[in-house]
Ligand binder design. Structure first.
Ligand code: SF4
Length: 384
C-alpha cells in the first residue's frame, strides 16, 4: 500500500522522505507542489530529481476525495458532498465574501455528541476522518476554485472546522491537518483565520492551546447547565463552569484575545430575555472577571426530526440588544447557502439511515450531473 501524502504535515513528510533516503528540503519542495500548486502527479514536479520522482511513483500517492455532488447557491456559496467510503459522505462549504473566502470543513462522518438542534448530530457517528481526508477538502476546494474563478492567487483565506463532526474528538488527525493549513509552505493561513469549533471537549481544548493554538469557537447555546444538558449532551460531562474556566486558560495561548461563543436561537427554548440576562451574567462574571468573548447568534435552520423552530426575528433582535447593552460584542449570523442546505447545522452529509445511503448517493449524483454537467465534470476531474 502506498502512502497518501495528504496525510502528512511537513514534519511527517520530512520523516517519510527520510525513509526514502532523501533530505528534508526535498520534503519542502514536494509539500509546496502538492498544496500550493495542487499537483498530484509526481511526473509534473519538475524540480524534483528524477530518481526521487521514480521512488515516489512506487511508494506514494496524492489521493483526494471523490466528489459526489456540487451545489452552488444563488449567493455564491458552494457545497460539496465527498465520498469517504463505505456509504459515508461528508460535506464542505465555501462561503465567499467581499474581503475573504471561508471554507467550512468536516472532521468526522457523523458526530457522537448529538446536539438536539444539529442535523449532523441526529445521524449518529460513523467514523473519524483521517488527516488526509480533512486536508483533502481544502486541497480540492482551493484548487478547484482557482480554476473555477480563474484566479492564480489564493482563494480560501479562512478555514472554520465547523462542518460535520466534533473536531476535538478527532484530535490526532485534526492537529496535523491544522499544521498543513498554517504552514507557509502549505496554505499559509494565519492562526487567527483558522477556527476550531467545539461543543466543549475540555481536556482537548487545553491540549489544543498547547499544541496548535488557533482561533476557538465554543458552541454554547444555553446560559445554564440544566438547559445546556438538554441541548448539548456533552455538558453533562463538562459543565459550564469547567468549560468557561478552560476558555479562560485557552485565551493565554489564543491568537485572538476573545473566544467566540456560538448560540443557536431556538424559539421559546433558549431565546427569552431571562436567558439573555443569564448569558450576560455567565460571561461577564465567571471566575470574577468573566471571559473575553464575542457572541454569535445563529438563526436555527429547522429540520423535521428536531422538533424545534427558529426564533422569530423580533426575539433575536431583543436578545442581541440585551447582550450589546451589557457591552458584549454580539453578531447575528447571516444565513448563507440555505437554498442548498449549506447553512449552519444543515450539513447532513450521508451517514444517516445507512441502509439507503448508496441509493441516495446514486440519486444525488444523477440529479447533480443532470443539473450542472460542466461544473460537476470539472469537479470530478479535479478530485482525481
Ligand atoms: S453541533 Fe457539532 S458537536 Fe453538536 S452534534 Fe452537531 S456536529 Fe456534533
Amino acid at each position: 500500500m502506498t502512502a497518501n501524502l495528504l496525510d502528512f504535515d511537513l514534519e511527517g513528510l520530512a520523516a517519510f522522505c527520510e525513509t526514502l533516503g532523501e533530505k528534508r528540503f526535498r520534503a519542502t519542495q514536494l509539500f509546496r507542489w502538492i498544496h500550493q500548486r495542487g499537483a498530484r502527479d509526481f511526473g509534473q514536479m519538475s524540480d524534483l530529481a528524477k530518481s526521487l520522482r521514480e521512488k515516489l511513483a512506487t511508494t506514494a500517492r496524492v489521493e483526494g476525495l471523490q466528489v459526489i455532488s456540487q451545489q452552488e447557491s444563488t449567493d455564491g456559496t458552494i457545497k460539496w458532498l465527498f465520498d469517504v467510503g463505505n456509504g459515508d459522505a461528508v460535506e464542505a462549504v465555501f462561503i465567499p465574501e467581499d474581503d475573504r473566502g471561508t471554507l467550512c470543513v468536516s472532521s468526522q462522518a457523523g458526530c457522537a455528541v448529538g446536539c438536539r438542534f444539529c442535523s449532523t448530530g441526529h445521524q449518529g457517528f460513523s467514523r473519524n476522518l483521517s488527516t488526509g481526508e480533512i486536508v483533502a477538502q481544502l486541497w480540492f476546494a482551493e484548487h478547484f476554485l482557482r480554476q473555477h474563478l480563474k484566479r492564480n492567487e489564493r482563494v480560501i483565506s479562512n478555514v472554520v472546522m465547523m462542518g460535520m463532526g466534533e473536531p476535538l474528538q478527532n484530535y490526532s488527525a485534526l492537529v496535523p491537518a491544522l499544521r498543513v493549513m498554517l504552514d507557509d509552505h502549505g496554505y499559509g493561513l494565519s492562526r487567527r483565520r483558522v477556527t476550531v469549533s467545539t461543543s466543549g471537549v475540555v481536556p482537548m481544548m487545553d491540549r489544543l492551546g498547547q499544541d496548535c493554538p488557533v482561533a476557538l469557537a465554543v458552541s454554547l447555546h444555553a446560559p445554564n447547565d440544566a438547559l445546556r444538558d438538554n441541548l448539548v449532551p456533552l455538558n453533562k460531562k463538562y459543565p459550564l463552569a469547567e468549560l468557561l474556566d478552560t476558555c479562560i486558560r485557552y485565551l493565554e495561548h489564543a491568537p485572538r484575545d476573545f473566544i467566540t461563543f456560538e448560540y443557536c436561537m431556538l424559539d421559546g427554548v433558549n431565546d427569552l430575555p431571562e436567558h439573555a440576562q443569564q448569558l450576560v451574567d455567565l460571561v461577564t462574571r465567571h471566575g470574577g472577571r468573566g471571559v473575553s468573548c464575542k457572541i454569535n447568534l445563529i438563526p436555527f435552520n429547522p429540520f423535521p426530526q428536531s422538533g424545534l423552530t427558529r426564533s422569530p426575528n423580533k426575539q433575536v433582535v431583543a436578545f442581541a440588544k440585551i447582550l450589546s447593552d451589557a457591552g458584549i460584542v454580539t453578531t447575528v449570523r447571516k444565513t448563507r447557502g440555505d437554498d442548498i442546505d449549506a447553512a449552519c447545522g444543515q450539513l447532513a452529509g450521508d451517514v444517516k439511515d445507512r441502509t439507503r445511503v448508496g441509493q441516495r448517493i446514486a440519486q444525488q449524483r444523477t440529479v447533480v450531473l443532470k443539473q450542472m454537467p460542466a461544473v460537476a465534470a470539472t469537479a470530478k476531474e479535479t478530485s482525481r
